[in-house]
Design a protein around this ligand. Structure first.
Ligand code: ATR
Length: 270
């Protein structure tokens, strides 16, 4: 029996239980994926309980990706670099933290447009500098001759992230909006535009490069205002649900050793 779950707040509308239930079904194993909406003060008692009960592991979402760290015994390389954890596994009585956000985004992008990785000299724009932005930026950092441009409301956080990258540049949100035509891949990583604030967007998408890919990690709604504007310009649109699915698949693999089938992952995007 695989006992899994998700902690965060709020998490009532999360799609993660649905995804993991499909994965459990694929491998024909008994299991449960429960939601635990916690207060920050409850993180310590929760992790003790996980050890006592022998859960296989759990996911962590906003706002606890960083706050969970003092309650864990070890971090893997990526989680340590990012100082953010979205997946925890109980191994020999120890809680080990991982981060599958960046790898999830990379896999979603690879499935969506494999030839993006064929050519180098790409200009990437990441909007935001929070936990999700960090994970994605570090995963993309391995690409050759690629500049990772960061635009964030708070410049200090953008500069802090840029320091960790091989080749980067920092813009204000206004500058990013002005230079949009420069970018080959634009990734919106803030929570702006998420339900119920669907009329908000962090920058307006005027004049995007015709060959650009525009993605938003917000998945509720699927068509954010940001992605609607991208679509109106006929560019490639990568949805937030794609990243959610691939990060979930990677978490499931860490916990169980089973990699969900690609056809199943494709079908969950609908
Ligand atoms: P997560 O871990 O989910 O990425 P986070 O660390 O709180 O969450 O980061 C949220 C990101 O969204 C940040 O880049 C934040 O900008 P600031 O660093 O300036 O706070 C950005 N963000 C949130 N609300 C925003 C808004 N109304 N306008 C612009 N950026 C916003």
């Amino acid at each position: 029996m695989y006992r899994l779950g998700l902690i965060g707040n709020p998490i009532k509308h999360s799609k993660s239980p649905e995804l993991h239930k499909q994965f459990l079904k694929e491998f024909n194993v008994r299991g449960a994926y429960e939601l635990y909406e916690l207060l920050e003060i409850e993180l310590g008692t929760f992790t003790e309980w996980v050890k006592r009960e022998g859960l296989l592991g759990f996911n962590v979402t906003v706002p606890y990706k960083e706050a969970i760290i003092p309650h864990l015994d070890r971090l893997d390389f990526f989680a340590k670099e990012m100082n953010a954890v979205n997946t925890v596994k109980l191994m020999n009585g120890e809680l080990v933290g991982y981060n599958t956000d960046g790898i999830g985004y990379m896999e979603a992008l690879r499935q969506f447009k494999p030839d993006f990785f064929d050519h180098t000299n790409k200009e990437i724009l990441i909007i935001g500098a929070g936990g999700a932005a960090k994970g994605i930026a570090l995963a993309l950092n391995g690409l050759e001759n690629t500049t990772i441009n960061i635009a964030n409301r708070t410049e200090e956080r953008a500069l802090e992230l840029a320091k960790k990258l091989k080749k980067s540049h920092v813009y204000s949100l206004e500058e990013a909006e002005r230079y949009l035509e420069t970018f080959d891949l634009i990734i919106q990583t803030t929570t702006v535009g998420m339900q119920p604030n669907i009329d908000e967007q962090v920058i307006r998408l005027n004049r995007v490069k015709p060959t650009a890919i525009v993605s938003d990690i917000v998945y509720q709604p699927k068509w954010t205002k940001f992605l609607k504007q991208a679509n109106a310009q006929g560019v490639y649109v990568l949805f937030g649900i794609d990243m959610l699915i691939y990060q979930a698949a990677k978490s499931f693999e860490i916990w169980t050793g089973h990699r969900p089938n690609e056809k199943l992952l494709e079908s969950l995007k609908e």
